[in-house]
Design a binder for this molecule. Structure first.
Ligand SMILES: [Zn+2]
Length: 173
């Protein structure tokens, strides 16, 4: 059981559905539930999924550098930069809803202990753990974990909520 709470430190209409979208993504049958994880919101949860403006995310993600743009997972925190949530990125080839699902599933993948993956088969959908915001490397945009990513997470032998790791960054484009 993964208990989490959602914090939205923005007040504009474009980010108003953040909590609903995070919840829907985490409970979607195409997502990490396939790996046997159960997600539940709770006020005193150990894990926090935060939407904030660039400078706040930059500060909360230290010592990762999010350049005021990226999102990150560090320890019990997933922090998503609000402008990415609002606009996605110029490199993103999918729609905004798909982008938002991808960011949630990518960062939660980090929270579950997964690291980045490459696009090994151009023309096929990307692993959700490929940093898709900046470069698809010939893969197609994809917000859901691939079967092999589900299988890796389903072993439940990865440390949850890993802290800072130099050289294998999870400051995600
Ligand atoms: Zn990442």
């Amino acid at each position: 059981m993964i208990h989490y709470r959602i914090e939205r430190h923005t007040g504009d209409d474009a980010t108003a559905d953040f909590a609903a979208m995070v919840d829907a993504t985490l409970h979607d049958a195409r997502g990490w539930t396939r790996a046997g994880f159960v997600f539940q919101q709770a006020a005193d949860a150990p894990y926090t999924i935060l939407l904030g403006e660039g400078p706040e995310v930059q500060q909360r993600c230290r010592p990762y550098d999010t350049y005021g743009r990226y999102s990150c997972q560090i320890g019990p925190l997933v922090a998503i930069t609000a402008d990415r949530w609002r606009f996605a990125t110029p490199e993103w080839a999918g729609d905004l809803t798909t982008y938002r699902q991808m960011v949630v599933d990518h960062e939660i993948g980090h929270l579950l202990g997964l690291h980045h993956r490459d696009c090994t088969t151009p023309g096929r959908v990307a692993p959700v753990m490929l940093p898709q915001s900046t470069e698809l490397h010939g893969c197609l945009p994809n917000p859901w974990p691939l079967p092999e990513e589900v299988a890796r997470a389903a072993r439940h032998d990865l440390p949850l909520a890993p802290g800072y790791e130099s050289g294998d960054p999870r400051d995600t484009p």
